[in-house]
Design a protein around this ligand. Structure first.
Ligand code: GLU
Ligand code: MG
Length: 455
């Protein structure tokens, strides 16, 4: 059983705490966990907390998926990663740690999403690539309009994109959110009121891939909690309102040499400033994108967001500074062109499990690297403005338009299924198919209300 060397340091700082949350994110993208009383923390850090295996087969609607491999029998242990210990500024008598799922014999469980991401970063390292990443999230702030079961809500404000009025209306809650994220060692970079009414964007600095996914858990937890302290609801639904802007959780990533001195995606001699490795990575992502969507945009609600002309991307295209491209190459910072070179996947939203999303993105990109896949030409317009024929001539496809269709693509994608490993791939498909089926025939209103408050 791993005993992180920092266990002792943690135990020294817990006298004023009561609970320490052992967190994980499940296949449905739900952040779950169990908390130990602090008096038992020392032993729990060694032996973990038991989790029934059936929880991995639970949908985001809290029913066990029909045909699930796991149910009430069998346990894994939630073993915390001591390096993720954080006191919770919004819950002063609680702290949290992210957990791995270990079999009782101490092996990583094949179904554990966090271990999957570790497997993919190890695979990248075999190619000499060390991945940095960040999730760039958008979310809505909503006010409750009644306290009944219907949970009526309205946006915090009606402000315009990037507007000064929006900044003022969200000032107090956003400042508290920023303080709470900073206290947990997330580095806040930019804030802006986004296009939708009450929609916000708050970006945080990149970190190594595993920490970036851990940060996404902290981010969602913190924003929801601090919003609640302001009597607001934070909605991370991909499309909280059918007729308003969606919420992206765009993934930015870059590849570095081992001592982090060289950005392997940058090449100053190339017209676009990109290395061969970056092109192959993009080629792999575009090739696998229809299947990848089942993991990076994994809910029925996600596919409401992925419409042409909504700046969320809808086609398998890439481009420089193109916000309708699936993979966008953002502008480099003046004077820091090499260091700031990174790629951005627009087709990602906050309903995903960040460990699975980032792991699958790496698997797709690494397949491109391993097979020297070319991404085609950069697209310089909104690909939605081309005709079907014009897109076909450039091998640009419309995304699958439903979760079920993306799951079909995943089922047929050998490279992604092999990367996940058969047990995880199979259970993921079972859980997600159960979710997709649950929403069939139930109407838009039901789906929107279910997802609005879920993540
Ligand atoms: N809200 C858009 C999305 O759904 C992104 C807008 C932008 O930041 O470019 O991804
Ligand atoms: Mg944005």
């Amino acid at each position: 059983m791993p005993k992180p060397s920092t266990n002792k340091n943690i135990l020294k700082q817990t006298s004023d705490l009561q609970l320490v949350r052992f967190l994980y994110c499940d296949l449905g993208g739900i952040i779950r966990g169990k908390a130990t009383h602090v008096d038992h923390l020392a032993s729990r850090m060694e032996s973990g907390i038991g989790l029934v295996k059936g929880m991995i087969s639970m949908t985001s609607l809290d029913f066990l998926a029909p045909g699930a491999s796991f149910g009430p029998v069998g346990e894994v242990r939630l073993i915390p990663d001591a390096s993720t210990f954080a006191r919770l500024p919004y819950a002063p008598r609680s702290a949290q740690m992210m957990c791995d799922m270990l079999e009782l014999n101490g092996d990583a469980w094949a179904l554990d999403p966090r271990s999957f991401l570790k497997r993919m970063t190890a695979r990248a390292a075999e190619h000499g690539m060390y991945i940095d990443a960040a999730f760039e999230n958008e979310f809505y702030l909503l006010r409750k309009t009644d306290t009944g079961m219907s949970r009526g809500v309205e946006p915090l404000d009606n402000s315009l994109c990037f507007s000064g009025i929006g900044m003022d209306s969200a000032e107090r809650v956003m400042q508290d959110i920023i303080a709470a994220l900073t206290a947990q060692n997330l580095v806040v970079e930019q804030y802006m009121p986004e296009l939708g009414p009450g929609q916000q964007e708050l970006s945080i600095r990149h970190a190594d891939a595993l920490r970036a996914a851990d940060n996404q858990i902290t981010y969602r937890q913190t924003i929801r909690a601090v919003a609640a302290q302001h009597d607001l609801i934070a909605s991370f639904a991909p499309k909280p309102f059918a007729d308003q802007a969606g919420n992206g959780a765009h993934i930015h990533w870059s590849a570095w040499n081992k001592n982090h001195t060289k950005n392997l995606f940058a090449d100053a001699r190339d017209a676009n400033g990109l290395s061969k490795l970056a092109y192959h990575f993009i080629g792999g992502v575009l090739k696998h994108l229809p299947a990848l969507l089942a993991i990076t945009t994994p809910t029925t609600n996600s596919f409401r967001r992925l419409q042409p002309h909504f700046w969320s991307s809808a086609y398998t295209a890439w481009g420089l500074e193109n916000r309708e491209a699936a993979v966008r190459v953002p502008t480099r910072y003046w004077g820091h062109e090499i260091e700031s070179t990174n790629l951005e996947l627009k087709a990602s939203d906050p309903s995903n499990n960040p460990y699975l999303a980032l792991g699958a993105l790496l698997a797709a990109g690494l397949d491109g690297v391993e097979n020297s896949l070319a991404p085609g030409d950069a697209v310089e317009i909104d690909p939605g403005n081309w005709s079907d024929d014009e897109r076909a001539a450039r091998h640009i496809q419309r995304y699958p338009t439903t979760l079920s269709a993306a799951l079909d693509a995943l089922e047929q994608d050998d490279a992604l299924r092999e990367a996940l490993g058969a047990p995880l791939a199979q259970e993921y498909l079972v859980v997600k198919r159960a979710e997709a089926e649950h929403f069939e025939g139930k109407g838009d209103g039901y789906e929107l209300t279910q997802y609005r408050f879920k993540f």
